[in-house]
Ligand binder design. Structure first.
Ligand code: FAD
Length: 389
């Protein structure tokens, strides 16, 4: 099994396949494995996959559990609605809703891939290994060819190489990426800076995940590393430069100025960001049910990149990983094609629904004040009173 890409999707797949006794090589172009300095949420669907991989003890060390998610109005921070998370998710879905620093989650997955004490063959991880082509001259043994001239042949080649997947291109699939016109600022704010200021302390007291809704833009923030950092994702209309370059460094001032006219506490909070701030153009992939061709399969952003307005991109990749391993783990070599067909049949429709829901959230979150916004806010109230805070 060869997996191109050692991101959260690729490593989850490697671990899940290893757990089924399969030999896996991960080829990653970066010189060092890692993740961007930002937070990530896993809803119960993804937490269930991670726990199923035997990672509970490691995840207990690195997670932060939000008690609920509060939805606030842009102008004054007034509460529109409250969605219970915490114990509610464990009770209702039998799995937790957790937040992490991405680097911590990535390291947990990598350590488990490399842990000799675990069952199944240790995953081979090759860094600095950029795949430049896929050779399918032997359809049953596709090979990844690297920039350094190496060849990695396997029964199955998995493209977990992200939104601009080269493996996808090698399959000759159509370009289904759609630019949203929006960008995300990503930043971290030290938790102690927030706690030291009475105007922002309320954010840290109740490990609460927050979404602010406003015309044209929205803001998400939640604590990671037990309150060491507040992770911020600020969605605003995209600048031409970010649209052209996809990801660019940004400044704290730019971030703090990104919400003119909003509740003053927003700019105050954002002005406390430290370290790297970056701006990312937001893309969505139109639903495309073709994830597999012969013995080559796609996974994660390579086949279902979505706006992060459901916090589900990596989570869907983790679900892909679990299903791929279930299907491939049980078959002999001659059953690979049918197993991959079942993988797509089990996953593509569901991931497509999540892609579409995330896209719809763009207009829903960004409604201008008026009747539609008021109707949305009425609907969002329905969880009130169920919070476990
Ligand atoms: P990637 O993470 O892009 O990994 C692809 C890997 O492949 C990279 O390591 C890359 O270097 C490597 N690669 C690429 N090309 C090659 C090549 N030719 N050869 C070798 N290696 C290659 N999702 C959630 O579930 N929860 C959230 O809370 C959440 N929040 C988000 C917030 C923001 C602002 C954004 C932008 C996204 C968010 N997402 C979230 C989505 C999530 O980040 C992505 O869906 C997820 O990281 C995709 O994982 P992946 O493994 O498919 O791809």
């Amino acid at each position: 099994m060869t997996i191109v890409g050692g991101g959260l999707g690729g490593l989850t797949a490697a671990l899940a396949l290893r757990q089924r006794g399969l030999r896996v090589t991960v080829l990653e172009q970066a010189a060092e494995l890692g993740e961007v300095g930002a937070g990530i949420q896993t809803a119960p669907n993804a937490s269930r996959v991670l726990l199923g991989l035997g990672l509970r003890a490691a995840l207990e060390e690195i997670h932060t559990e939000p008690l609920d998610q509060v939805r606030r109005r842009w102008q004054d921070g007034s509460v529109i609605g409250l969605t219970p998370l915490g114990d509610f998710c464990k009770r209702e879905y039998n799995a937790p809703y957790w937040h992490y620093h991405r680097a911590d989650l990535h390291k947990v997955l990598l350590d488990a891939c490399l842990d000799e004490a675990r069952p199944g063959p240790v995953v081979r991880v090759r860094t600095g290994c950029r795949v430049v082509a896929v050779d399918r001259s032997n359809p049953a043994r596709p090979a990844a060819l690297t920039a350094a001239g190496e060849r990695y042949e396997a029964d199955v080649l998995v493209g977990a190489d992200g939104i601009r997947s080269g493996v996808r291109d090698a399959l000759g699939l159509p370009d289904t990426l759609l630019f949203s016109g929006e960008m995300a600022y990503r930043a971290l704010i030290p938790g102690d800076k927030i706690a030291a200021d009475p105007a922002t302390r309320w954010l840290v007291d109740r490990f609460q995940s927050t979404i602010w809704y406003g015309p044209d833009r929205h803001l998400v923030h939640y604590m990671i590393r037990g309150g060491e950092w507040l992770n911020v994702v600020a969605i605003v209309p995209c600048s031409p430069e970010v649209e052209r370059r996809w990801t660019v460094p940004a400044t704290v001032d730019e971030l703090a100025d990104a919400f003119p006219g909003w509740d003053d506490r927003v700019a105050l909070m954002l002005s406390k960001a430290e370290g790297d701030v970056s701006a990312w153009a937001m893309y969505h992939r139109r639903r495309d049910p073709v994830w597999v061709d012969g013995h080559v399969a796609l996974l994660g952003d390579a086949c279902h990149a979505m706006l992060p307005y459901q916090a589900q991109g990596a989570s869907q990749a983790m679900e892909d990983a679990a299903v791929l391993a279930e299907e491939l783990g049980a078959v002999p070599r001659e059953g690979v094609r049918a197993a991959l067909t079942r993988y797509v049949a089990r996953r593509a429709k569901h991931a497509g629904m999540v892609q579409d829901a995330a896209w719809r959230n763009m207009s829903l979150y960004h409604l201008p004040d008026g009747p539609e916004q008021r109707a949305r806010d009425e609907r969002l109230k329905r969880f009130d009173g169920e919070s476990d805070v």
